[in-house]
Design a protein around this ligand. Structure first.
Ligand SMILES: CC(C)(COP(=O)(O)OP(=O)(O)OC[C@H]1O[C@@H](n2cnc3c(N)ncnc32)[C@H](O)[C@@H]1OP(=O)(O)O)[C@@H](O)C(=O)NCCC(=O)NCCS
Length: 175
């Protein structure tokens, strides 16, 4: 799969990207993926989210990366600089998502590596992310790209009656 996969800058995400991204995210959330939504996100919600990331990326405050195989969107992810003035040198990586039938083939690794590269090139000092404690594949992926755990809130994530740890990872480009 790797050879056919292309990582593109999503700064000009159009309606086709919104539709394809919403389909991927809604399908993953419906299947129980730990992406921060309980119910599948709607198209207007994804349109608003991607517009916000695109606007941030135009001024160096974020980056949206899209993984394609030909014309098919396989996945997406983005980072955004923290808004709090004292946290501005740093950014948070969010909503990394690969279509369920394209998982386990190296696409997520390529996409995450591209996001890490773009954050480093933008001069970000510390790139953070958080993940649900049971998301072993994602946590393994992040660790093997250099992230390390800096904190954990036990039983913090509530999904119905179930409780999961919230795990915090960081990649310090100054180190
Ligand atoms: C987590 C996710 C982004 C990883 O993307 P991916 O394309 O499936 O991952 P890759 O194929 O690049 O594999 C990366 C590593 O994760 C592991 N992995 C990922 N998916 C796997 C799967 N379905 N089965 C087994 N291992 C898997 C692999 O061991 C691999 O490590 P390796 O290269 O050392 O063998 C993707 O599975 C996903 O979208 N999951 C649902 C949404 C989600 O949880 N996002 C992260 C929120 S923090």
């Amino acid at each position: 799969m790797n050879n056919a996969v292309e990582i593109r800058d999503g700064v000009a995400a159009d309606e086709n990207v919104v539709d394809a991204a919403q389909a991927i995210l809604a399908d993953l959330v419906a299947g129980g993926a730990a992406l921060g939504w309980v119910d599948p996100p709607s198209k207007p919600e994804i349109a608003t989210l991607l517009a916000k990331v695109s606007a941030a990326s135009r001024v160096g405050d974020g980056a949206l990366r899209l993984a394609y195989s030909g014309d098919r969107l396989l996945g997406l992810g983005y980072w955004l600089r923290y808004e709090r003035p004292t946290h501005r040198p740093n950014a948070d990586l969010e909503k990394l998502a690969i279509a369920s039938d394209a998982q386990g083939m190296g696409v997520g690794r390529l996409l995450t590596a591209a996001l890490v590269d773009s954050a480093r090139e933008a001069g970000i000092e510390v790139l953070t992310l958080d993940a649900r404690g049971d998301n072993a594949n994602a946590l393994h992926l992040y660790r093997t790209l250099g992230f390390r755990e800096y904190g954990r809130l036990p039983g913090f994530v509530a999904v119905g009656e179930r409780r999961y740890d919230k795990v915090f990872y960081m990649l310090d480009f100054r180190a």
